[in-house]
Design a protein around this ligand. Structure first.
Ligand SMILES: NC(=O)c1ccc[n+]([C@@H]2O[C@H](COP(=O)([O-])OP(=O)(O)OC[C@H]3O[C@@H](n4cnc5c(N)ncnc54)[C@H](OP(=O)(O)O)[C@@H]3O)[C@@H](O)[C@H]2O)c1
Length: 242
């Protein structure tokens, strides 16, 4: 899978799945631009990428900032959205709905704003990949908030693929992947998710590099559009009980 001559922007590319995707794309010969909000995270991420990698600071919840970046970014062949505010897990009866609004603004809303902002910069037959979540379709208790946020994005992939063609629009849906996103989760909630991953057919949490490989396949394959690809070790086949 080679991506020589292709330029890829990864928003949420300074850590976890986004950074692994940027690294894999650079190894496949692409020019990568990574973006996130925190300058320290961005600097650390750039140190781990080839010297040709570029970094940009942007908050994807700030449309004016996205538009400013889009105006100067130059030509893009692919856009990968791998950002999230994080959180949203917990039993529905006690779910903080006002808090969930912020979480959705930090992912589903931000993805739409970012896609719209960067459309003029994208090659007409390039691609967009959303990193959503397998939990949106796995029906585990305590995942209503996550399903709401990511299910909305999964739902718009097919109509976007039709409306924006020949631009290709796809989603990768990770299961439980070992990234720093879990660092701020309550211990019991985190352990519940990791226990589910251990109970899944492949018996372990995934690695960011494994999700990155699926993203790369979608970037490279010029005849795939409108699909949701689960990278979850079979998590969605495990019985939805705790
Ligand atoms: N890890 C998992 O198990 C898992 C499972 C299912 C789905 N996912 C999804 O996969 C994606 C990546 O997750 P991850 O685990 O790699 O998370 P992560 O390690 O927390 O990385 C998130 C990245 O997004 C950036 N970011 C967050 N909010 C942003 C904003 N408003 N504007 C710009 N950049 C922003 C972060 O940098 P700054 O904080 O510096 O902005 C960071 O680079 C997320 O959408 C997540 O929901 C992850």
């Amino acid at each position: 899978m080679r991506l020589e001559g292709e330029r890829i922007l990864v928003i949420g590319g300074t850590r976890g799945i986004g950074l692994a995707t940027a690294r894999a794309a650079a190894e496949a010969g692409a020019s990568v631009v990574i973006a996130g909000r925190d300058p320290a995270k961005l600097a650390r991420a750039l140190e781990s990428l080839p010297e040709t990698a570029e970094g940009r600071l942007v908050d994807a919840t700030d449309r004016a900032a996205l538009d400013r970046l889009a105006a100067v970014i130059g030509r893009l062949d692919h856009l990968v959205l791998s950002l999230a505010a994080g959180g949203g897990a917990g039993a529905f009866r006690a779910l903080d709905i006002a808090g969930l609004r912020k979480i959705v603004e930090g992912k589903a809303w931000a993805f739409l704003e970012a896609l719209q902002a960067f459309l003029p910069a994208l090659r007409s037959n390039g691609s967009v990949t959303f990193v959503t979540a397998a939990t949106a379709r796995a029906a585990f208790p305590g995942t209503v908030g996550i399903a709401f946020n990511n299910g909305a994005l999964n739902a718009v992939v097919p109509p976007l693929a039709v409306e924006l063609a020949p631009l290709r629009v796809n989603a990768v849906c990770p299961g439980v992947i070992e990234t720093p996103i879990f660092a701020t989760w309550p211990e019991a909630e985190r352990e519940r998710f990791f226990a589910r991953a251990r109970a899944a057919p492949l018996g372990r949490p995934g690695r960011p590099e494994e999700v990155a490989q699926a993203v790369l396949a979608l970037l490279a394959n010029s005849y795939v559009t409108g699909v949701l690809v689960e990278v979850d070790g079979g998590l969605r086949f495990t019985a939805p009980r705790d």
